[in-house]
Design a binder for this molecule. Sequence first.
Ligand SMILES: [Zn+2]
Length: 316
Amino acid sequence: MIRSTLSPLSHTLSRRGFVAGLAAAATAPVLSRPALAQAAPHVFKVGEVEITVISDGTMSLPLSFVLPKTDAKTAGDLLAARGQSPDLVAQVNVLVLKTAGKLVLVDTGGTKDFMPTIGGFADRFEAAGFKPDDVTDVVLTHAHPDHLWGAIDALDEPRFAKARVHMSIVERDFWIKDGLAESMPDALKGMTAGTYRRLKIIESQIAAAKPGAEILPGISLVATPGHTPGHCSVFINSGSQSLLVGGDALSSPIISFEKPDWAWGADYDATQGAATRKVLLDRLAADRTPLLGYHLPWPGLGRVERKDLAYRFVMA
Ligand SMILES: [Zn+2]
């Protein structure tokens, strides 16, 4: 199965692993979809796994934040040429998987106290007919607020109290260190303390896994570090089909694919983040494995094609 580095990815992501219908939609350009989150959940299948994408909201990301090392005119011109405004609007796409008697979340959304435009997942999850106590497993790609903080309710209790929470050992051990917040830059102190506090609330539920481990039947963590030290993508395989849930390894449908080398301001280690993007893009394009990105245009689903000397994201 998948190991702790990206190198075996090409052996494990099968060419047969297309989500049904992706190939037929391959020519749809990335900008053909509306930028705003859709209210209704998006449902599709990967083999026997039923996947429901539910929006947690949207996040506005100023160009100066996400591309601190890139000349603003250069970046703005590229985005304008693709019909996008300089201030990026990122979706927040939370996954609900039904598989073999389990109800599994991949990430949990964020909270309105972190950003008022997110934190809608919990209500939409219940409106879609799901119950928090029925969630058997939560898989966290990483511990940033828009992925983890939704796992805690307004009373500071675990929202998914009966679930086992799977995450990378590297990621858990990084964030749950005493005193980490004081060592962070001022701009990250509050976020770091908030993540520490929330991980402590669910600490007894956490089943930390080595990257590469199969955490549930057909569901594995793939190490994609850089955005955070232990950031993992989630590989889902069922029958002849597969899907890579990329978390925040590839966040912009333009920049991450066409300019994977550009330092991404949200990455903890920008050099490692760029290296991960390039390996991941190469594998996904070669193997034609579908990708679902947490912040990619709703519902985040598509695939990677080579374009000139880089890549492009083609929505499903
Ligand atoms: Zn994120």
